[in-house]
Every structure is written in structure tokens, then in C-alpha cells.
Design a protein around this ligand. Sequence first.
Ligand code: NAD
Ligand code: HSE
Ligand code: NA
Length: 439
Amino acid sequence: MIAYRSLRVALLGGGSVGAQVARSLLEDRDELAHRVGASLDLIGIAVRDVDAKRSVDLPRELLTTDAERLILGADVVIELMGGIEPARTYILQALNSGADVVTGNKALLATHGPELFAAAEQVGAQLYYEAAVGGAIPIIRPLRESLAGDRVKRILGIVNGTTNYILDRMDTQGDSLEDALATAQELGLAEANPSADVDGYDAAQKAAILASLAFHTEVSVDDVHREGITAVTAAQIASAAHSGHVVKLLAICERLIDPDSGVEGVSVRVYPAMVPRSHPLAAVHGANNAVFVEAEAAGALMFYGAGAGGVETSSAVLGDLVSLARRHVVGGPGLTESKHAGLPVLEIGKATTRYAVTLDVIDEPGVLATIAGVFAEHGVSVETVEQSVATATPGGESTAILVIGTHGAREAALAATVADLAANRVVARVASVLRVEGA
Ligand SMILES: NC(=O)c1ccc[n+]([C@@H]2O[C@H](COP(=O)([O-])OP(=O)(O)OC[C@H]3O[C@@H](n4cnc5c(N)ncnc54)[C@H](O)[C@@H]3O)[C@@H](O)[C@H]2O)c1
Ligand SMILES: N[C@@H](CCO)C(=O)O
Ligand code: NA
């Protein structure tokens, strides 16, 4: 047996991911030592309660409630507690004492990333976070390293498994949103309070992290336009299916020329959108995640797999740990965060998207012309129009359903069109406005 030098590893958090990381560190000790060229010695696991029941039995002598003391004796700190505080303070403490850090904490990175990366750079420490986006799926390293010589133009990501599960059930089983959410909760996918997932907060955090890396620009979660899935109806899903689309909650990061100033910026947004069934993202079912990257030289790439799960996510954490530990052994500076481009983050009104607008209209001569006129007035070009059979309302009026597909239009122009349509006498109801992406 080769006598390796020892790297002291402190683990903060022994929950769903942390416990699996601890198990691998203990069970695969020799193999990991060969891969790293140093032995990874788990010196302790900081938990809230050493007597709590866990999915994996962790050696009692490793458990401690004194995280600060544990950090002081470590070469590498793995933060898997989640949340902003005390995770932020602990990571800063670790970096400032010269330790390298692995974290999966998207909430923290999307709000305090620049502060953490600056602290790491100041002391030449490394900060890795593959688990923060797409769980087990390698996407941070590909953006940070593999595509470092290319120019990413756009990312379309399904980065929240819970909402993808819900929308997939609505599409494949015909469930209502409420029923699909209840099933996701029964399966332990969605929390009792599902807001972080269904309101798009989790996806927005991941979008901020992806955009920062892809565009070499600091993007915070506050810069991300966010719409969740709570307003998506079974009727919208059925109507999307009818036109060969599927509805997905997308995290969209794209380079954009500001239509007003002509200056390049980025647009980062999360919302449910119709995706053509022929697009690779349409085939992402259940709670899986996928990130579709369009780069100038590489073309279209898709990264697909398990976006969550303790065992699966531990793979990403261990991959980071091995990479960072190798560098720790060899010495030299770690990867620093590249933010030199400093592109402005443009508000959603400057983005261009295609739309499907569904209207209940009065069925009388000239209505189609009136509606086409409203679109034309705002410079929104109509690509397709579909009218379905007229029905009589309880008031005796005849109505028809119109589904209007637009060419690419500015968000602001579309919003003004919809407001005018809603106020028009011939429109009984704007039944649905959904964006179309990936076409
Ligand atoms: N679970 C997943 O599938 C998944 C996927 C990707 C990323 N992540 C991220 O990984 C991190 C961990 O997630 P998880 O699912 O394992 O969470 P979890 O809730 O299962 O575990 C968190 C652990 O941290 C401990 N903890 C929390 N605050 C603490 C404190 N102040 N002091 C000591 N211990 C404390 C808790 O007791 C618990 O053991 C989070 O940032 C999460 O966003 C999780
Ligand atoms: N709640 C998240 C877990 C992984 O970040 C999801 O549903 O994808
Ligand atoms: Na990942």
C-alpha cells in the first residue's frame, strides 16, 4: 500500500446528500486515495442533532454540533447543509483559513456567489459546486472548463425535477395541476410547502448560476425574470398537445442585443413555455433534468440525467472533491470565476419570443380582421391562426376559440397586444398566453 499524505475533509450536513457523501468517503477510501494521490480522511460531520435518525448509519464518533471547530482543522470543507446562514459564514471561514470548498448550495451561490468567489480568489482557494445545478448531471464543469474556449449563445434548461414531473403527468396522464402536485408530494418529490419549486425560485437560482458561467458575467437571482407553473391549466396542456407541443418549465439564458441601445446584454428568465415535441427537451420525462446548450463552435449539446436524489447528487460532490483534492496535492492556484465580460442583464421586455395566444371571441363578421389589426398595431406578426367550432354562451351569444401563433415578438409588444385584446369588445376572454421556445 502506497503511503499517501492525508487531506483532512470536514463535512457540514449529514442529510440526504451529505450522508451519501460520508458513506462513499468511508467505504471507497482506498480507491479514492489512488485517484487523488492523497488519502481523504473524513475528520467529522457537523449536524444539528447527533442523535437524529438518518437514512445512512454514520459513525457516532464523527458527528459533532461544533461546525466552526471542525472547519478549523480541515484542508477541504464540503458544505451540504443548504440555506444562506450559517452556510455562508462557514464557507467564508473555511476559505479564509485556506481550505478548499465543495458545495451544492444553489440558494447561497445565486445570492452571495460574488462574495464567495472573491474570498476564494483572495487566498487562492478553490470553490466547486457541480451539485448546485442539475444534481448528478455534469453541467458546471462543462461550462467552466470544457466550453471555456467557445462562446455560449443560449441555454434552455429543465432544471427543476418536481415541476417537470408535475407538467409531465399533466401531459401524459391528463392530470390537473392539483392532482399532479399531490402525487409529487406523495412520492416525496415536492415539499409540503412546494413554493420553491412550483413558483420557480429553485429554477431561477439555477438559471442565475448557469448564466454567470456561460456569459462570464455576474448574474444574481434577483436579475432573473421568474414565473412559476401555478397558472398552467390542463386546457393549456391539451391545447399545446393539439399543436404538437409540450409545456415545460424552462430556465432560459441567452445573449441578446438590446433592441433600444444596440448593445449586447443577456436575458435570464424562467417560465413555463411550449416546446415542439421534436425538440430534445420534449423527451425529458418525470423528475429528470436536462440542459440544452447552444454554443458557437460546438453547436447544440444536451446534458441529461437525474437532477436530484441523495445518492445521485453525491456523485457530483465526490467528483468535485476528487478534482479539487488532486489540485490541492499538486499545488498551484485553483480555477477562478470568470466575470470579465460584465454584460448588462436586460429586462424581460427586451427579449424576443414566439407566442401562442388563445382567445374566446364573439363569432360575427369582421372579428378576425379586428383581431389581426390589434396584432399589427403593435408590430406583432401573426404566423398561424386556428379557429375551432363556435359554441353558444349561456347569454345566447355565439363564441369561437382562436389560437394565434406569432412570429418572434418583443415581450413588451406582446404584453401591449394582449392588454388591447382583453379590452376589445369582440374578445370575450384571453384564455391563455404561452410562450413558444426551442422552435
Ligand atoms: N437532495 C438533493 O437531491 C439535492 C440536489 C442538488 C443539490 N442539493 C443541495 O445540497 C444541499 C443539501 O441538500 P440535502 O437534500 O442533503 O438537505 P437535507 O435537508 O437532507 O440535509 C441538510 C443537513 O444539514 C444539517 N444542517 C442544517 N443546518 C445546519 C446547521 N446550522 N448546523 C449543522 N447542521 C445543519 C441538517 O441537520 C441536515 O442533516 C442543499 O444546498 C441542496 O440545495 C440537494
Ligand atoms: N427541488 C429540486 C431539487 C433539486 O435541486 C427539484 O425538484 O429539482
Ligand atoms: Na450538476
